[in-house]
Design a binder for this molecule. Structure first.
Ligand SMILES: Cc1cc2nc3c(=O)[nH]c(=O)nc-3n(C[C@H](O)[C@H](O)[C@H](O)COP(=O)(O)O)c2cc1C
Length: 181
């Protein structure tokens, strides 16, 4: 079973890289699944302009970058979306990358680690609706990091309870993925 930890922010100096490292450190210490980091920024996914709807493209995409992104997603059985909240919703670059492929997501599992002034919870609520379109199965547990309570000038300054929250999230994700694989 392979779980992809997607770092969904592509900004320079993004906080997402810090959060992704924390999640992957905890995940890779486990022996119940293979965890891989999928850093969206590295794929340079272009804006979706293709005439063919990705869900109907039979994995034949116009762009090499999209093909590589789709292949990375295809290899996984489930995902942790590491997501910021932009303007009370999901980040546009990540949504564009989500939209740019299709069957690679279908029926797979997903859990959310978010961050923002209010923990990024509005982005996660929107992700739950978006991922439902590909019949993705989301776990209830989530980790919602506060910009003012889990970060300082030096980087992450996590509250004590976050480690346990992340463990619960990964437990639920692995268990659900096992049942669906
Ligand atoms: C375009 C944009 C919109 C934002 N909107 C929100 C928002 O609605 N809610 C929030 O909590 N933070 C918002 N922020 C602040 C982000 O939470 C903060 O910049 C965070 O570091 C973004 O994650 P990143 O650094 O991984 O890109 C916004 C940031 C950007 C760049």
């Amino acid at each position: 079973m392979k779980i992809g930890i997607i770092i969904g922010s592509i900004r320079d100096d993004r906080k997402g890289a810090l959060v992704g490292s924390w999640v992957s450190g905890a995940a890779k210490a486990r022996d119940d699944a293979d965890f891989v980091v999928i850093d969206l920024k590295a794929f340079d996914v272009p804006l979706l302009t293709s005439a063919t709807v990705p869900g109907a493209a039979n994995r034949q995409y116009d762009s090499e970058a999209v093909t590589a992104w789709g292949a990375a997603i295809d290899e996984c059985d489930g995902f942790v979306f590491v997501t910021p909240e932009y303007n009370h919703s999901v980040p546009g670059g990540f949504k564009n990358a989500f939209d740019s492929i299709g069957p690679e997501w279908k029926g797979k599992t997903v859990a959310f680690v978010s961050y923002g002034a209010d923990g990024g919870v509005r982005a996660v609520e929107h992700w739950r609706q978006i991922t439902a379109n590909f019949q993705m199965h989301d776990v209830r547990a989530q980790v919602a990091l506060g910009l003012f309570t889990d970060f300082d000038e030096a980087g992450l300054a996590l509250q004590d309870r976050r480690e346990g929250e992340l463990a619960t999230l990964l437990d639920q994700l692995v268990s659900l993925t096992e049942r669906l694989c």
